[in-house]
Design a protein around this ligand. Structure first.
Ligand code: HEM
Length: 522
C-alpha cells in the first residue's frame, strides 16, 4: 500500500470516528458500537429482550433513541429507532398524528405475500375502507353470538374433556398448546364458518392449520434479515421462502374451496332456497358486495385469522401461569360481580404480559414528540407495550405486582376506565383492536370454565420463559398439572344469586360471560 492510500484510509477512519463520537452522543439509549450500532447489545439480551428494553426505558425516563447500524446518513434516518413507552407520546403517535405514523413499507413488504393489502397490513384509504366495513360487523350482536357459540362448543366438546382426562390420568398438559388450538378453531369458525378441529384428539393435523403456521413462521423469519436478502432468497427460491410459497399455495386452495361453497350458498339463498345462512365474517363481507375478488376475500379471511388467533390464548397462558399465585382458596365467585373481577384479572394479565409486546411505526414527516424528542422522516418509532405496564411513573410503585383490584371502582362493582394510553395492550386510536370485546368474551368463558372445574399448577421443573416473537408466547409451552375443584358449592353460590336458566338464555343470546356459560354448560 502506498503512503497516499494509507493516508486516505487513515483520514476516512478518523472522520468516521469523529462522526461516530458525535452521533453516539446525540443518542440517548443503550450503548452503540461503531458500524454495528445497538445490535451487539440487542443480541446479548435476546433472551430477555422486553425486560432489557424496559430497563433502558426506565433509565431514560420513558423514551430513548438508538440506531441499528451506525453508518453516516443511515444513522439519523432509516437506521434510527425511537423507543418509547410514554403515554403522551403514544397518544400522539397512535391518535393525534395518526397519519404521520403508518405501519410503513418495511412491515408491509414482509407481510405482503401472506396478508396482501388486508386490514392488518395496509395504511391509508385501503386500510380505512376495510376498517369501516369490518367495524360495522364487529358491533353487531350476531357476531358476538357467533363467537359465543364457537367458544362454548370447543369448551364443552373438546377442551373440558381433555382437561378431565388429564386430571384422571394425572398427566400434565401443555396448556399453551391446547389454548392455541382452541382459539385457532374459534377464529376460523368466526371468520369462515368452518371449524378445523385442531383441538380434537386423535385427528390427523389439519392441513390448513399446518400450512398457515408454516407461512406465518416463514414470514416472521423475514424480519431477521435485511429486506434485500430475503427478497433475493425469494427470487432464488431458497430456505424458508420455499416453505412460504408452498404453504401459501395450500392456504389458497383451502380458502378458494370455502369461498366457492359460500358463493353457491349465497346464490341458493338469493334464489329462495332453504338451508342455514352462514353468519361468519367472510359471508358478511360477501353479502355486502358481490364483486369482491376471491383474492380480496382470501386476504380478508387471513388477516382476521392472524389478528385473532394467538393473542387471546397467549394472554390466557400467562393468566393461568399466575393463577396459582393469586387465586387464594377458596375461589368464591359471586356471580356477575365476579365476572367483573375476572375481567379485571385478565386486564391485569394483559397489562403485565401484553400479547403483542411491542409495535412499530414509520415516520412520514419530521416531527417532535410531546416529550421533546425529534423524530426525523424515514426513521422508525417502536412503542414497547410491555414496558408501559411496568413503569412506576405510569402505574405507581406497585407496578410490577399483580393486582386486579387496580382495575375496580371503589365499590368493586365495575371496571374503572383507565386512561387509554396507559393501557395499550389492545393498541389505541383509530387502529385499536377490533376484536377486543370478542376477546374478553372468549377469555372469560375459557377462564371461568377451567377455574370452576380445576386447580392448575405449573408442573415441577417446567421453565416458563418468554419467546422472542411478535407475540408473547412461552418458549417451552406451559406444562400444567390438572387437579379437581369441587364444583357443587360454587354452583350453589351462583344459583343463590342467579338463575341458571338465565345463564342459558345469556348463552343463546350471546350476552354471556364465563360464569353464566359454565352454569349453562354444566
Ligand atoms: C387478548 C386478545 C387480543 C389482543 C391483546 C389484541 C391486540 C391487538 C393489537 C395490539 C392490535 C394492533 C396491532 C397492530 O396494529 O400492529 C390489534 C389489532 C387488531 N385486532 Fe386484536 N387483539 C386481541 C384479539 C383479537 C381478536 C379475537 C380479533 C378478531 C376476532 C382481533 C382483531 C383485530 C384486528 C382486525 C386488528 C386490526 C385493526 C386495524 O388495524 O384496524 N383481535 N389487536
Amino acid at each position: 500500500m502506498d503512503s497516499s492510500t494509507a493516508l486516505m484510509i487513515l483520514s476516512a477512519v478518523t472522520a468516521y470516528l469523529l462522526w461516530f463520537r458525535f452521533i453516539s452522543r446525540t443518542l440517548s439509549g443503550p450503548r452503540v458500537w461503531p458500524l454495528l450500532g445497538s445490535l451487539p447489545d440487542l443480541i446479548r439480551n435476546a433472551n430477555r429482550m422486553h425486560d432489557w428494553i424496559a430497563d433502558n426505558l426506565r433509565a431514560c425516563g420513558g423514551t430513548y433513541q438508538t440506531c441499528i447500524c451506525a453508518i453516516p446518513f443511515l444513522a439519523r434516518k432509516q437506521g434510527l429507532v425511537t423507543v418509547t413507552c410514554d403515554p403522551k407520546n403514544l397518544e400522539h403517535i397512535l391518535k393525534l398524528r395518526f397519519d404521520n405514523y403508518p405501519k410503513g413499507p418495511t412491515w408491509q413488504a414482509v407481510f405482503h405475500d401472506l396478508l396482501g393489502d388486508g386490514i392488518f397490513n395496509s395504511d391509508g384509504d385501503t386500510w380505512l375502507f376495510q376498517r369501516k366495513t369490518a367495524a360495522l360487523e364487529f358491533t353487531t350482536r350476531t357476531l358476538r353470538q357467533a363467537m359465543a357459540r364457537w367458544v362454548s362448543r370447543s369448551i364443552k366438546l373438546r377442551f373440558c374433556p381433555i382437561l378431565a382426562m388429564a386430571q384422571q390420568e394425572k398427566k400434565p398438559v401443555d396448556l399453551q398448546d391446547l389454548l392455541l388450538r382452541l382459539t385457532f378453531d374459534n377464529i376460523c369458525g368466526l371468520t369462515f364458518g368452518k371449524d378445523p378441529q385442531t383441538l380434537a384428539p386423535g385427528l390427523p393435523e389439519n392441513g390448513f392449520a399446518v400450512a398457515f403456521d408454516r407461512a406465518t413462521e416463514a414470514t416472521l423469519q423475514r424480519f431477521i434479515l435485511p429486506e434485500i436478502i430475503w427478497k433475493f432468497k425469494k427470487w432464488l427460491g431458497l430456505g424458508m421462502e420455499v416453505s412460504l410459497s408452498q404453504s401459501l399455495e395450500h392456504v389458497d386452495q383451502y380458502l378458494s374451496n370455502i369461498i366457492n361453497t359460500r358463493k353457491l350458498e349465497l346464490l341458493n339463498q338469493q334464489q329462495g332456497g332453504t338451508g342455514n345462512p352462514h353468519d361468519d365474517l367472510l359471508s358478511r363481507f360477501m353479502k355486502k358486495k358481490e364483486s369482491y375478488s376471491d383474492e380480496f376475500l382470501q386476504h380478508v379471511a387471513l388477516n382476521f385469522i392472524l389478528a385473532g388467533r394467538d393473542t387471546s390464548s397467549v394472554a390466557l397462558s400467562w393468566f393461568f401461569c399466575d393463577t396459582s399465585k393469586w387465586v387464594e382458596e377458596p375461589l368464591v365467585f359471586e356471580e356477575v360481580d365476579r365476572l367483573i373481577y375476572l375481567k379485571a384479572a385478565l386486564s391485569e394479565t394483559l397489562r403485565l404480559y401484553p400479547s403483542v409486546p411491542q409495535d412499530s411505526k414509520h415516520v412520514i414527516k419530521d416531527d417532535v414528540l410531546p416529550n421533546g424528542t425529534f423524530v426525523p422522516a424515514g426513521s422508525a418509532v417502536t412503542y414497547s407495550i410491555y414496558s408501559v405496564g411496568r413503569m412506576k411513573f405510569i402505574w405507581g410503585d406497585d407496578c410490577l405486582e399483580f393486582k386486579p383490584e387496580r382495575w375496580l371502582s371503589n365499590d368493586s362493582k365495575k371496571i374503572e376506565v383507565q386512561d387509554s394510553y396507559k393501557f395499550v395492550s389492545f393498541n389505541g386510536g383509530p387502529r385499536i383492536c377490533l376484536g377486543k370485546d370478542l376477546a374478553y368474551l372468549q377469555m372469560k368463558s375459557i377462564a371461568a370454565a377451567v377455574l370452576l372445574r380445576h386447580r392448575l399448577e405449573v408442573a415441577a421443573g417446567h421453565r416458563v420463559e418468554q419467546k422472542m416473537s411478535l407475540t408473547l408466547f412461552m418458549k417451552y409451552g406451559l406444562k400444567m398439572n390438572v387437579q379437581p375443584r369441587e364444583l357443587r358449592p360454587i354452583l350453589e353460590q351462583i344459583n343463590k344469586g342467579m338463575n341458571v336458566s338465565c345463564g342459558k338464555e345469556a348463552l343463546s343470546n350471546g350476552n354471556c360471560g364465563g360464569i353464566e356459560m359454565v352454569a349453562a354448560v354444566a
